[in-house]
Design a protein around this ligand. Sequence first.
Ligand SMILES: C[S@@+](CC[C@H](N)C(=O)[O-])C[C@H]1O[C@@H](n2cnc3c(N)ncnc32)[C@H](O)[C@@H]1O
Ligand SMILES: Nc1nc2[nH]cc(C(=O)O)c2c(=O)[nH]1
Ligand code: SF4
Ligand SMILES: [Mg+2]
Length: 238
Amino acid sequence: MEAPISEIFCSVQGEGPHVGVRQAFVRFIGCNLNCSYCDTEPADPSVCMFERTPGSNSFENIPNPLVTSQVSELLGNYGNIHSVSLTGGEPLLHADFISKMDIPHLLYLESNMTLPHMAEKIKDKVSYVSGDIKLIDEFEGEDLVTHLEQTIECFRTLRQTKDRECFCKLVVTKDTVPDDVYRMVDAISDYVSCVVLQPVTQNNFSSGIEFLLQLQKNLLDSVDTLIIPQTHKMWGCL
Ligand SMILES: C[S@@+](CC[C@H](N)C(=O)[O-])C[C@H]1O[C@@H](n2cnc3c(N)ncnc32)[C@H](O)[C@@H]1O
Ligand SMILES: Nc1nc2[nH]cc(C(=O)O)c2c(=O)[nH]1
Ligand code: SF4
Ligand SMILES: [Mg+2]
């Protein structure tokens, strides 16, 4: 089983309720969405950039695609990691690969939650689910209804259980519509431990602090709600 991977590195989780834990990251190539705010540039698909020494900014180029045993071997270079973040791009596009991974670490899935059938394939392999609600202007009309239904189905499939932590992240921009947030959070609140409002990181987003605090105040009536920015960008780690 093989997959195209853009980078493998060891850093510190910069987002969500586990900010600060030491994690290895496996970033898969390819995404089924096109979020205007996406901070992940399309990589050179021919190579996987592997940072052997965490924080060294020194990368080895490994030809793509990689097989699962290669990923296991590369991850063996990192000690004392809390979990392995499977991200991208959209990792659920590579659910078959993920289902075949065999590593002695907990798996932390970072997903846009739009591929419920793929989620079904790995629901018993992942210990942490960081699921986004994508309130993006890519969808309208019937497509929007389908998108939101698939998101809810994904959260239902990957919901919090005694063996799997599941929380929701929602990137807040100046275009975020409060009622859309309240409606979607209400639909998935039974499946998650908490909701994280993640301020978009981009040059022109006005601080929006009052807006964020109002959203949090209203969401706290129904679900634990945190405001956590992308912290890795504050100190420049990967
Ligand atoms: C790059 S995505 C990859 C995983 C998956 N495709 C997703 O969107 O959840 C990882 C996380 O970064 C967040 N993100 C991407 N660009 C961002 C930005 N400009 N500001 C804040 N969060 C951002 C996404 O919302 C997601 O929670
Ligand atoms: N440090 C760090 N934390 C992260 N949390 C989610 C990330 C992602 O791109 O999926 C990410 C990332 O790219 N770097
Ligand atoms: S789903 Fe994730 S990787 Fe895909 S465009 Fe949106 S933020 Fe970027
Ligand atoms: Mg990132």
